[in-house]
Design a protein. Sequence first.
Length: 142
Amino acid sequence: MAMNMRGGQSDDPGEMVDINTTPLIDVMLVLLTMLIITIPVQLHAVNLNLPHGHPPPPPTPPPVVQIDINYDGTVYWNGTRIPNRAALEVKLKAAANEVDQPEIHVNPNKLANYSSVISVMAAAEHDGLTKIGIVGNEQYSQ
């Protein structure tokens, strides 16, 4: 460490010793940079189970349930309005308990809130449905 010694002047009562803090700050900045570099990058990813290879097509196509979400958050099950969240949960659980689970096609309106769309998809996944997809993406290409 370097030290600055000032002395020998007639108006100084004694020696003044100051520590040079520049090397300390340099070392601190190098350590901070190393810490930032070594922190792992946090990825917000969703794990998907994608199929491997080319599975044979099913002998009969599965039934399809169309869930439409209006701009105000109103949910429609195959064209029939669902009055509340509990009624949607009942329909989703009934669909999940079927032997041949239906494909769930979620068709959100272009102006629908993200929270209302993702809550329907999360409820379907929570109830055990595995074939969930978003349809009607052509409305977003304009």
